[in-house]
Design a protein around this ligand. Structure first.
Ligand SMILES: C[S@@+](CC[C@H](N)C(=O)[O-])C[C@H]1O[C@@H](n2cnc3c(N)ncnc32)[C@H](O)[C@@H]1O
Length: 365
């Protein structure tokens, strides 16, 4: 064929195919660089992924409350501040870098200063680490507003990731993609939480076929409530047990009126609906189908009031709405864990993305 000896073709094919095959396999135990760990959504998302173990090589978290929680639940001893120059100098290589970088400066509820606030540039340290360590996979998460009011920062992050070169080929080292996913449609959890996810996967001389997870059905909010707290009598009982504050009381009253009118029009008992009301919102922020977005402020203020039990959502309930395990040791205050949960990953969404990343990194589609 074309005058080329078969043996030459075989040798050439082997020399191309061999390194590729060697590179494709992901290790059985994937080492993880956990940036901006918070309450370890990264760990709890990956712990049940079938066929793989994930071992965190280092934890980057500076808040003492989060460190205390991580110490009690995962026995983590050493933590790093991402700004500490010795951290970046000494951080070991890892296969997988994951981080929900601080979002207060990008969120709609925050000061919206973006990268003019020092917290807005912390992601740069993670990107420097990626450029040096060249992990097989990178997953970043942030608020949806990063795509709207702070699009230039999103573009910068994508440009930096796309600009990282493979040291052997000098070609772009990473396949890069981003998408907004909602925990309600993509995590199986009735929580209206839209987040931008950025995925980068080492190409290693191959075309990467990464497929974002598709929508899945979602359970009902009532199914995530503590059953022993649900009082299925009538909302009249709840009207005698109101939260403090005028706005909060008005919101509960308005919510009950709305639920009653829906129940009447649908010919159902009012307790068929067990909605959760955002107490501090100026407009009624409630849905019969899902929890409004749990932000740090709402979590800290315990601002979600369940009409099913006439009280704020419990810590276990908030954990369920973020798909965290509920058997965690809660060694911080209710306000502190609420705030941390408001900043955390929805574990079921991240788990589904990581599963797809591993498949793509290994060349499985
Ligand atoms: C958006 S939260 C991430 C939450 C996390 N994804 C989870 O599932 O819980 C950002 C975290 O970055 C941490 N952080 C902020 N500045 C930091 C710094 N200089 N070094 C390390 N961590 C920092 C914050 O304390 C916070 O826990």
């Amino acid at each position: 064929m074309l005058g080329v000896p078969a043996v030459t073709i075989a040798v050439a094919a082997a020399s191309v195919a061999l390194p590729t095959t060697m590179f494709i396999a992901m290790p059985q135990t994937i080492t993880v660089g956990s940036f901006f760990t918070g309450m370890a959504g990264c760990h709890f998302s990956c712990q049940d992924i079938p066929g793989r173990d994930f071992a965190t090589a280092f934890w980057v978290e500076k808040e003492s409350v989060a460190r205390k929680f991580l110490n009690a639940n995962l026995n983590v001893q050493g933590f790093h501040d991402v700004c500490d120059p010795s951290f970046l100098a000494d951080a070991p290589h890892t296969d997988f870098v994951i981080g929900g970088f601080p979002c207060q400066t990008f969120s709609q509820n925050g000061r919206k200063a973006g990268i003019d606030d020092p917290r807005g540039v912390l992601v740069v340290f993670l990107l420097i680490y990626v450029r040096r360590s060249l992990p097989r996979m990178v997953l970043l998460e942030n608020v949806k507003n990063l795509m709207m009011a702070h699009k230039e920062t999103l573009i910068d992050i994508l440009t930096i990731l796309k600009g990282i070169k493979d040291p052997e080929t000098l070609q772009p080292a990473y396949f890069v993609s981003f998408r907004v996913l909602n925990s309600m449609t993509h995590g199986g959890i009735p929580h209206h939480r839209e987040r931008v996810y950025i995925v980068a996967i080492r190409k290693l001389r191959r075309a990467i076929r990464f497929v974002w997870p598709g929508p899945i059905p979602c359970c009902s909010p009532a199914s995530l409530l503590d059953r022993d707290r649900v009082k299925l009598s009538s909302y009249d009982v709840l009207l005698n047990n109101m939260p403090k504050g005028k706005t909060a009381q008005n919101n509960v009253r308005r919510a009950i009126e709305q639920v009653r009118s829906v129940a009447q029009s649908e010919g159902k008992h009012e307790m068929h609906y067990l909605p959760i009301v955002d107490l501090h919102s100026s407009a009624l922020n409630m849905s019969l189908e899902y929890l409004p977005c749990l932000t740090e402020a709402r979590g800290r203020a315990r601002a979600f009031w369940s009409l099913a039990h006439g009280g704020p959502l419990s810590t276990r309930e908030l954990l369920r709405f973020q798909a965290f395990p509920t058997d965690l040791a809660i060694n911080v205050s209710a306000q502190q864990i609420g705030g941390m949960l408001g900043n955390a990953f929805t574990c079921s969404v991240v788990r589904r993305i990581v599963e797809q990343m591993v498949r793509a990194a290994e060349g499985r589609t």
